[in-house]
Ligand binder design. Structure first.
Ligand SMILES: NC(=O)c1ccc[n+]([C@@H]2O[C@H](COP(=O)([O-])OP(=O)(O)OC[C@H]3O[C@@H](n4cnc5c(N)ncnc54)[C@H](O)[C@@H]3O)[C@@H](O)[C@H]2O)c1
Ligand SMILES: O=P(O)(O)OC[C@@H](O)[C@@H](O)[C@H](O)[C@H](O)CO
Length: 383
């Protein structure tokens, strides 16, 4: 059984590749990082270390890689795969779509069986987005056939894997916790389950709970921590004021989630506490530049800040803390991050008000817009 996984990065090697391998798949990574590809081809194995006191090690064997820039090679791998997964970043999905589409065409020609393609990205409807990109490359006849033979179930993935700094290019240290949830309702009958995956009939409560708790809290720590000069999440979370702000933010998203999905409040509070503990794991060093990366994506309407803030507003609450985190995101400086640089340029050229409405799609005059403006002014005064 072959699994083709796009993205041999932190989550690719440290989570998805590991679980697929443990489930008996021969894992083929597709990546555009030539050094990673060469090393995976040469060694065919790597080590995952758990960030626990014992630093337990897991060996992943029988893996290889292909060069993701070679469309025909990618297409051949898609045509032959028994499962396709991705962890490249939601904004990169459009760049892998052409190879997947070509692979689907080849697969149809060869008569190979049904295929699940699962995007493991931090986004609502990641696989659905990938499907749209892929279908953009297919003609009507292939699309009609693909609908019967290729499924794109959405998924939620949770495991903190910081940027790695090892001599060994393939070594990856990950937190012990993981959760991979897949929308079973979009899968073909008789699928082979991946060990460790939780298959559910309705993914929405899971992806929103994860994105609006783990990722909202994480970016709150990153943006507020960055404003105070902290370089890592661990440093930020050692500051009780920041931890308090993260908790206050998660109280707002928690109220939205409990109202929306009927989660038990006590259980949700425990979920939050567990996540705060994960952020504080001192066996990891997670840079605020990674966790705060791509602030434009994080400020987009369907992501971890704007969506719960607007839901809170609609439910009659005042998301002042989420607005403060959005204001802090607008203050996030990192010249190595093109989205952070673009935001700062926009603020400089068009002003903060126009930048808020351009990137969050929240119009001027909306109460949440006014909250962000108020917080931004307060943060700017402090700076
Ligand atoms: N790191 C985490 O803690 C974590 C946890 C859950 C989900 N995620 C999500 O997983 C995804 C990947 O995150 P990551 O932290 O592993 O990032 P990463 O940068 O470590 O890995 C991404 C990999 O994709 C590769 N890539 C880029 N363009 C490509 C292309 N066209 N074809 C094939 N490969 C390509 C990159 O070279 C890189 O190796 C993101 O959507 C992220 O939000 C990350
Ligand atoms: O990957 P991003 O940029 O969407 O978010 C950064 C982190 O919050 C994220 O990678 C978490 O570590 C991860 O989602 C934990 O499951």
């Amino acid at each position: 059984m072959k699994a083709l996984h796009f993205g041999a990065g932190n989550i690719g090697r440290g989570f998805i590749g590991l679980l697929l391998s443990q489930s008996g798949y021969e894992v083929i990574f597709s990546d555009v990082n030539q050094a990673l590809v060469a090393e995976l081809q040469q060694r065919g194995a790597y080590t995952v270390t758990l960030a626990n006191a014992a630093k337990d090690q897991l060996q992943v064997k029988g893996v290889t890689a292909i060069d993701g820039t070679r469309i025909e090679e990618v297409a051949a791998a898609v045509a032959e795969a028994d499962l396709v997964t991705t962890a490249v970043g939601v904004n990169i999905l459009k760049h892998i779509a052409a190879g997947i589409a070509r692979g689907i065409e080849k697969r149809m020609e060869s008569g190979k069986g049904r295929l699940h393609i699962i995007a493991c990205e931090n986004a609502i409807g990641g696989s659905t987005q990938l499907k749209e990109h892929v279908y953009g490359h297919l003609d009507e006849a292939t699309k009609a056939k693909a609908t019967e033979w290729i499924a794109f179930p959405d998924a939620a993935v949770d495991r903190i894997v910081p940027i790695q700094h090892h001599e060994d290019l393939l070594a990856v240290t990950v937190e012990p916790f993981y959760e991979w949830v897949i929308d079973e309702s979009a899968m073909f009958d008789g699928y082979k389950p991946v060990e460790g995956v939780h298959y559910v009939s309705n993914l929405m409560p899971y992806i929103e709970r994860k994105l609006f708790t783990v990722n909202t809290g994480h970016c709150a720590a990153a943006y507020l921590g960055s404003l105070k000069g902290y370089e890592t999440i661990q440093q930020a979370m050692a500051d009780e004021v920041i931890t308090g702000e993260v908790k206050a933010t998660l109280k707002e998203t928690g109220a939205v989630l409990v109202a929306q999905y009927g989660f038990d409040k006590t259980e949700h509070d425990q979920y939050i506490e567990k996540i705060i503990g994960r952020f504080r794991n001192d066996q990891l060093t997670d840079e605020v530049t990674r966790v705060g990366r791509s602030p434009i994506r994080k400020l987009s309407p369907n992501d971890r800040l704007v969506k719960p803030a607007l839901q809170a507003h609609e439910q009659g609450m005042k998301p002042a803390q989420l607005a403060k985190v959005m204001a802090a995101a607008l203050c996030f400086h990192n010249s190595d991050d093109p989205e952070a640089a673009e935001l700062q340029q926009s603020i400089k050229e068009k002003g903060v008000g126009q930048t808020i409405s351009d990137y969050t799609s929240i119009p001027e005059g909306h109460p949440v817009y006014e909250l962000i403006m108020k917080s931004y002014d307060a943060l700017a005064d402090q700076a």
